[in-house]
Structures are given as C-alpha cells and as structure tokens.
Unconditional design. Structure first.
Length: 420
C-alpha cells in the first residue's frame, strides 16, 4: 500500500513564557499577605500530590515544603489521586516515586493510605470523604495543575476543586462522585464536594499551576480559601486560552506515538483529539478525526492504558503492556469502561496502517490528511501529510521544519521514532 509523504512543521503559539526560577516564584506566591496566617509553628500540614506528569512538580512541592518549614510548620505529602495505583497505599506512593516526589527530593515524608473520613454530605446528599492522614492534620494545602478536564466542559474542570474531591477522596470519594456525576454532572458534583471540604476549615490555601503550550510551567498562583472558587474559574479560563491544539480541525488520520497517565488522565487529551466518550456529556464538535491510531504507552503509566478505547487502532506491544488490574480499577471507579475497550490491533505499525487507510472512505492514502504527534502534550512540532502542505504554507502560525519524505519503517515493520 502507498502511504502519504510526511513533513515536519512547527506551531508558533502565542504563549506565556516559562518561569525561570520555579522555587523563587513559589516563595513569592506563598508570601502574599495573609495567605499563611492560619498556619502556626508546630502545626502539621498535609500537602497534596497528584498522579499526573506535571512539569516541575517535585520542585514546586519542595519549595512549598521549605516555605512551610520556614514558618515552623511540620509538612508532609499525601498522594491525592483517587483510585490510581491499583487503589493501594503502596501503589500510590510508587506513582509519586516515578515523578521524583520523595522525601529525599522534597524534604517532607510521604504519608500514603487509602482510609478516609466522611466529613458530611454535599447539597445533593452525596457523602463527602477526605483522606484520613490529611483530615487528621491541622491544615491541608491543595496543590495541582489547572487545565481542561478530559470528561466535560465547564467553568471549573481539572484543578484545585477536583483535587479536593476526587484526589483527597481516595477510592471512596472517587467512586462515589463519579457515580453521582452520571446523574448530576461532574462539575456540579465537584463544586458541591469542595464546599463541604472547605467548610471543614482544614484547607489553608491552594496553589494552582498552569503550563503553556510547550509543556512548561508558566503560571504559579497561590489562592486564599476565601476566593478559591472564583480564583480557579479565572485560572481555568487562562488555562484554556493557553491550551495547545492540533494545527487542523479535520483529519483523516491521527497517529499518536504514545499515550499515558503522565500525559493526561485519559492517556491522551480528549480536547486535543475531539473525543470524550463520557456518559451523559455532549461530544466535542471539533476536531473531527476519522481514525486514531495509538502506537505505544509511556513507562510512567505503569501499565495503566487509560484512553486506549478512544482509539480505533493500536498495536500488540501496547496491549501487551497493559496492566489490567490498575486500568480496570481506575475506570470502573471513574464510570468509564468504554474508554478502555481494546481496539483493533496488529503486530506491527505497517499492518495497522494498512488497515487504517482502508477505513477512511473514498480517499487515496497518499492524498489523505494525516498528522503524527508524539503525544497530546507535545504539539509544538508535528508531522503532517503532503495533502496539508499548501495549507501550512498559507498560515503565519505554522512553519515548515523539514523535508517531504516517505514514512520510514524499521526492520520489524514499525515506524521510526518521532524525535521531538
């Protein structure tokens, strides 16, 4: 079969530049007047750490810990990640180690458990849970990246409020809130849960992090409890403005070299690929992609094949790397079994592509609109097919960064690495 020729291009995003001194910016943010007024010398403070591959998170947490210690507090870090890590204390601590979030790096002990305390009910009568170690501390500091959520669209999506609910709630909370979301919607559930958590008086403040289109730490913002919800809405709006996108809204084929929990909660960002497949939520209108082929999974996913069901085709090597226990636990809890259905797969990329190009309709493969990306976080450089070249030349935000060439395969019939 003839494949389209491909060429590398760069997307020139209008972006907020990366923060040069992460630790200093954290210190500056935590020095805002009155922010830490409730934290007294000798107070124990639980600091949240999630299960995503967030740029510089180990450095950010180290700085938070040091600032708390400077004030005489006794901080410790808790894994706040719902049912991830096979819903075990050991598994969740292991995830943090993969991201260099350890006592040696951050200067604070890691306290991992799956026990929770029920602290009340939200306005819809849903029970609200908080990690026992966190609740027994004098204070909780909520730290998380603020970005678009993979399952819905709203004024608040993924960030501090989600961390207070699904993160701090461990498996008890995550399972309860996802069940409730099928009736009330996830944003309403998370807002209601956050109200109850904030009413406990345990949360000292929040620290939101936003990354730019180049996967760099661009904004760090400390927010007081009194305005946390309003501040997160503002930061969420900014995060959406800074979110990277594919360069085209209509494609015949998208080739994704890797998916992973360190890339997105669903392995690949649903807002990038235009597929959510979440019960009760409206599907996205753009981009429109006929076929999606995912090739592999990142090591930091530890076998959690989140989002494999969003693809149409995959490879045997990805399927063989899937840890069914951790993947099933995650998506039974999240009410999303459809997102981990195993698509059609073959032994080699070449076999997959032969099948892919047979299923795109009345389009000759060499004339098809194809984009190849490393993953949905790294979109500043991508490969596009020859059919898109004239469009590229006519746009100021796109830059040709290579030569047209045929798809290259190794001796085993797999695509050569995309060096981005």
């Amino acid at each position: 079969m003839s494949y389209p020729r491909m060429i590398r291009i760069k997307q020139n995003f209008l972006s907020v530049p990366a923060i040069r001194d992460i630790e200093q910016e954290v210190y500056n943010q935590l020095s805002k007047p009155g922010l830490m007024s409730e934290v007294k010398p000798g107070d124990s403070v639980a600091v949240t750490a999630g299960s995503r591959g967030i740029a510089n998170m180990h450095i950010i947490l180290k700085a938070v810990v040091q600032k708390l210690r400077d004030g005489g507090a006794l901080p410790f870090i808790i894994p706040a990640m719902g049912s991830h890590g096979k819903a075990t204390a050991e598994g969740q601590e292991e995830i943090l180690r993969h991201y260099e979030i350890t006592e040696e790096v951050t200067g604070a002990p890691i306290k991992s458990c799956m026990e929770t305390v029920q602290v009340g009910h939200n306005r819809d009568g849903i029970p609200v849970y908080v990690d026992r170690n966190a609740y027994e501390a004098d204070h909780i500091v909520v730290v998380n990246r603020i970005k678009q959520h993979t399952d819905f669209e709203g004024k608040i999506e993924s960030g501090l409020i989600k961390m207070m609910g699904i993160g701090l709630g461990k498996r008890d909370g995550a399972a309860t809130y996802h069940k409730a979301s099928l009736h009330y919607g996830l944003e309403r559930v998370m807002r209601g849960v956050a109200e109850v958590v904030l009413a406990t008086g345990k949360v000292a403040f929040g620290l939101g992090v936003i990354e730019n289109q180049y996967d760099e730490t661009a904004i760090i913002s400390a927010v007081p409890v009194s305005t946390l919800v309003e501040d997160e809405e503002r930061l969420q709006k900014k995060a959406k403005e800074m979110a990277a996108r594919l360069p085209f809204d209509e494609l015949d084929v998208l080739i994704v070299d890797e998916i992973g929990k360190d890339i997105s909660g669903l392995g690949m960002d649903t807002k990038v690929i235009g597929r959510m497949m979440h019960t009760g939520e409206k599907e996205l209108e753009t981009p429109k992609i006929t076929r999606i082929f995912v090739r592999d999974i990142t090591p930091n996913s530890m076998g959690n094949a989140a989002g494999i069901g969003l693809a149409d085709f995959t490879t045997r090597r990805l399927v063989d790397k899937m840890d069914r226990e951790s993947t099933y636990m995650n998506f039974i809890t999240a009410m999303g079994p459809q997102k981990i259905r195993i698509p059609i797969y073959f032994d080699t990329d070449q076999e997959v592509l032969d099948a892919v190009f047979q299923t795109i309709g009345m389009v000759e493969p060499e004339k098809s609109r194809v984009v190849r990306i490393k993953n949905t976080l790294k979109l500043h450089e991508v490969e596009v097919s020859e059919a898109l070249l004239e469009t590229v030349k006519g746009r100021d935000d796109l830059e040709i960064a290579g030569q047209l060439k045929g798809m290259e395969f190794g001796s085993e019939g797999n695509l050569s690495p995309l060096d981005i």
